[in-house]
Design a protein around this ligand. Structure first.
Ligand code: DGJ
Length: 708
């Protein structure tokens, strides 16, 4: 936070940008004066234009940080208040215009808090804006508190509005997909109107991810781009509105306003999820780097490799056919590969012979594990690996003892017949007794067996969410997400040695809130290498490599089944947090030995790969695609480039494939590891480096060691 001469304007500094807000001239809201490169000297605060377009009001034109129906007259507002008296909306006034803001600084972090009251004086709106000079994310949220003695309903209570100065027809990038096709990169040039994405599935969703990148269309400022994300894993909505007037689009996001209706009884308060944003002068790639820096610095509990072990997961080898003898055989090969944690996926618990039964009954299946899990866990640990387990604690099969004992614990809409999806129901995590049961069940599992890795899955959308008769029942998706966070936080607090992998039928629950409470996430069930590369390419546009769990399997891709080398599969997985999911008993000795070498290579480079800045070269569909990993200190650590060659028609000609690393320091000289080739950063960037394809004919890993 820097001082500024302008009264009631606050200059909030991030690592490489400034976010400048001020109290609007009439004291009714915060306005965004600047978001971009540091101005070193402030800027004029926003003021009302001399005249408005016909039919517009001052509040409609103001670049408000948070707008409210009833105050804004014609433009979109993030908040809709209903007191039941017919006068929908609220009009705000800063609680203390003489001293409007509280500013708290802790280390590199600064939080600006400004509170407003509505015209009746009985509703308080508090806007929080947090910045950090260690990264570029601006984190914003809103709290709405009922100080009246009546009931207030919030038909919409978004987290933030972001009035972005991007001109007319900006390009909006977003991530969309489906099961096995997550994180597809899409874009729309938004001229006029509203673009809206969201989830009504009770989880973040496979269909859309709560993040957009908005590229500036202002002449001369085109490389500039903004990223806006919602840190939330329940039902959500994010919209971009491009009005006719003005040069801004408004990104608004928060808990979904169709499926949620928030009731505030006297004294109750709603705290919105955080919406975070980043600015970059370097387009969408710069936005991705800014997200990654934030996720590494703020969201990751550690970048230590211990919470990103090399995983072996038996799901693709066995599905539900989990047997101790077979698992022990797999573990014996996993040990030889250099695997660090052996994870038993779905199928280990009571009655779980298919997806039709067992969910909810979280004790080892007595047929599959007559002596419980300990003999397997102990054997795995004796081989020098950690032991891990799959759970899906929110779900229950109708055919389970849990459901028979507690049919009232699942979501149901009054007397409507229950719907199954993947033969299961979802437990209502809005109920304190259910959350307590899940916590105790997980404690029971973790206390009875030496488990240090949990994969937490969730395999169905929540339908019929609600709790008839409960006045807060229309907040079920908010409560469900909070219950999930609460349990994850308990695991972190009470079992800090347990690594958490977040999963929801693949990548159905990945967002910045989940990143803050898990160590790795499973982006997709698609492990066919070329399809996986495409998914990971999209993933990396908003999320970082250290959390991106990826397995080497034998599976063909679903969309591109063209063959790749074994090494290519490894490089795809090494781009994130490497695991193996193949049926190891089908691998011959040569393959096992080669895999062990590749795991060793990965382990020797893992810390660098996970902590580096990532630059993607082109698209996975290009003949040659590459991912460059640049360390913070190039005088000590190498720049690493993973190269994927996709030219099926190439009569293989090495000299034709060149990589131009973008992040080598121009004056510095580098040696390409394993070769006699040396090159300066400038030479490499201009003429490129011939890819030796030493690893395989279609993939290589280039390590540029600094030598002077
Ligand atoms: C979906 C996950 O994405 C898979 O990896 C696997 O864990 C299955 N569920 C198990 O049911």
């Amino acid at each position: 936070m820097k001082g500024n001469d302008v009264v009631n304007q606050w200059v909030l500094a991030t690592a490489g940008s400034e976010y400048v807000v001020s109290l609007s001239p009439d004291g009714s809201g915060l306005v965004l004066d600047h978001w971009g490169p540091p101005l070193h000297g402030g800027t004029e605060p926003w003021s009302e234009p001399d005249r408005f377009l016909q039919y517009a009001f001052p509040q409609d034109a103001a670049p408000l940080e948070y707008a409210s129906a009833g105050h804004r007259q014609t433009a979109f507002g993030e908040l809709i208040v209903d007191r039941g008296d017919g006068a929908t909306g609220a009009r705000w006034q800063c609680e203390d215009t003489a001293d409007p803001a509280t500013i708290e600084t802790s280390g590199s972090r600064t939080t600006l808090t400004v509170a407003f009251r509505d015209e009746t004086g009985t509703l308080r709106l508090t806007l929080l804006t947090e910045v950090d000079t260690a990264h570029d994310a601006v984190r914003r949220s809103a709290s709405i508190e009922n100080l009246s003695d009546g009931t207030i309903v919030l038909d919409r209570a978004f987290s933030a509005g972001w009035p972005l100065p991007v001109g007319r027809r900006p390009r909006i990038h977003y991530l969309a997909g489906a099961w096995s096709q997550e994180f597809g990169m899409h874009a729309i040039d938004l001229d006029l109107g509203t673009f809206s994405i969201g989830s009504r599935l009770g989880v973040t969703s496979l269909a859309f991810n709560p993040v957009v990148t908005v590229e500036s269309a202002v002449p001369g400022r085109e490389p500039e781009a903004f990223g806006v994300a919602l840190e939330w894993s329940g039902n959500w909505r994010l919209q971009v509105e491009a009005p006719f007037a003005g040069d801004r689009v408004r990104v608004s996001c928060g808990v979904d306003d169709e499926t949620n209706r928030i009731t505030l009884f006297p004294g109750e308060r709603f705290d919105s999820p955080v919406s975070s944003g980043v600015w970059s002068g370097d387009g969408p790639d710069g936005v991705a780097r800014a997200w990654h820096a934030y996720q590494r610095d703020r969201l990751a509990r550690t970048l230590d490799t211990s919470h990103r072990p090399v995983v072996y997961n038996s799901w693709m080898a066995t599905e539900f056919d989990v047997r101790i003898d077979h698992q022990l055989e797999l573990a014996a090969v996993a040990e030889r590969l250099g695997v660090e944690v052996f994870v038993v996926d779905d199928g280990w618990f009571r009655g779980r012979t298919s997806d039709r039964a067992g969910l909810g009954d979280w004790t080892p299946d007595p047929v599959k594990f007559p002596q419980g899990l300990d003999p397997l866990a102990e054997a795995v640990i004796a081989k020098g690996m950690r032991f891990g387990l799959w759970v899906e604690p929110e779900a229950v099969n109708p055919d389970s003892d849990l459901f028979r004992a507690h049919p009232e614990w699942v979501y149901r809409a009054a007397d409507r017949p229950l719907l199954t999806s993947r033969n299961q129901y979802v437990l209502d995590l809005g109920r304190a007794d259910v959350v307590a049961w899940v916590e105790d069940t997980l404690r029971g599992i973790l206390d009875s067996t030496p488990i240090s890795y949990l994969k937490w899955d969730m395999n169905r959308p929540i339908s019929d969410g609600g709790r008839p008769g409960d006045p807060h029942g229309r907040e079920w998706s908010i409560q469900h997400a909070r219950g999930y966070y609460r349990i994850l936080a308990m695991l972190r607090r009470e079992y800090p040695h347990v690594t958490i992998e977040a999963c929801a039928a693949g990548g159905g629950r990945i967002d910045n809130a989940v990143l803050a409470l898990s160590d790795v996430v499973w982006p997709s069930d698609e492990t066919g290498p070329r399809d996986r590369l495409l998914i990971q390419h999209g993933f990396l546009s908003a999320y970082p490599q250290h959390i991106m769990s990826s397995w080497v399997t034998d599976a063909p891709g679903t969309r591109d089944r063209s063959a790749t080398s074994f090494e290519y599969r490894f490089l795809v997985a090494m781009a994130g947090s490497l695991g193996i999911g193949a049926d190891l008993l089908k691998w011959d000795e040569t393959r096992v030995a080669r895999a062990a070498e590749l795991v060793g290579l990965y382990r020797s480079l893992r810390h660098l790969l996970h902590t580096a800045e990532v630059t993607r070269h082109g698209e996975p569909s290009d003949p040659t695609y590459a991912i460059e990993y640049s360390p913070a200190a190039q005088d000590a650590d190498p720049v690493i480039v993973l190269v994927f060659d996709h030219d099926r028609d190439r009569v293989f000609d090495h000299d034709r494939v060149r990589i131009r690393p973008r992040t080598l320091e121009p004056e510095r000289r580098y040696q390409l590891r394993g070769t006699g080739t040396t090159v300066t950063g400038a030479q490499a960037a201009s003429t490129g480096v011939v890819v030796p394809f030493a690893l395989a004919v279609d993939a290589d890993i280039l390590v540029f060691d600094p030598v002077g």
